[in-house]
Design a protein around this ligand. Sequence first.
Ligand SMILES: Nc1nc2c(ncn2[C@@H]2O[C@H](COP(=O)(O)OP(=O)(O)O)[C@@H](O)[C@H]2O)c(=O)[nH]1
Ligand SMILES: [Mg+2]
Length: 330
Amino acid sequence: MCWTFSPAVVPARRLGAAGFFLVFVMGFFSRLKSGLARTRVNLVGLFSGGVVDEEFFESLEETLIAADIGYKPTSVILQRLRDTVKLKGLKTREEVRAALRDEIERILLPAQKPMNLDAAKPLVIMMAGVNGAGKTTTIGKIAKWLAAQNKTVLLAAADTFRAAAREQLAVWGERNKIDVITQSGGDPAAVVFDAVSAGRARGTDVVIADTAGRLPTQTNLMEELARIRRSQGKAMEGAPHEVLLVVDGTNGQNALAQVKAFDQYAGLTGLIVTKLDGTAKGGVLVAITAEREEPLPIYFVGVGETIDDLQPFDAKRFASALVGEELEDN
Ligand SMILES: Nc1nc2c(ncn2[C@@H]2O[C@H](COP(=O)(O)OP(=O)(O)O)[C@@H](O)[C@H]2O)c(=O)[nH]1
Ligand SMILES: [Mg+2]
């Protein structure tokens, strides 16, 4: 599965010549792992040998905080790790690494949930996020992923702020041979209304609405997002069925504030975290998930710029990749 090599070139370049070779021959898990290389690098150093003592725990704590796991989740993880070390009599750092992987996986697992593509027809998905988070790129990637599952897709170019945004979506649409609903007028609510109506009329499986980037502090734009959401409900009862926040993984802890604000205005149903290939802050997924008792599903993670660089989120794989363990590709 996923034996394409071109998509992996981007993270590979960042890893230098050795990384290039590695990525060239590797599959699914390795792509995630190479993507998380910058987050992982400090952890790998910690686990490369030595005794399990107080100094080790202190370095581990610093490293987890540096990976943007956050203070509170880090202290919970550390406490549980110390308990496990005592209880099970763990002696080696390698054993602690496995225990850490289990702790991270335990936190992330509730966020691992596949999107139910058959919840409605069309299933209407609205994308939201700050500028440059990766919304439009991710829509292209999801469209390809959906097409591979024989789902018909219609895109709504509701980022009406920038003409370039419409064109960018049109290019993604062309590449995937998918229609894009646009309007010369500037009202994003009207564009999504049209797109959902067209999706219903055509019997399309999935309608995905792109929206303009906005900051949580831009109250009028956040209110506009709520209006865009309502407009989809007018075209089809219950729509949008998914409201996804696209979060730039390099934003680190700021992602937490984004989740809160976008949820408040638009009622989020899930998350996509992008750019995990270029960040030392991959731990932010742990921070986001630990924040809520019932965490939002993380449907996908983005690990590169090309169309194949999107993976359904898998808690175990992510935790293993983060702590630098080996797992079989599949
Ligand atoms: N490295 C990397 N770049 C990404 C990823 N997702 C998106 N990008 C890049 O981020 C930039 C902004 O993406 P875009 O989709 O236009 O963001 P938007 O403003 O939210 O629509 C583009 O250069 C994308 O190629 C990712 O997972 N990894
Ligand atoms: Mg965009």
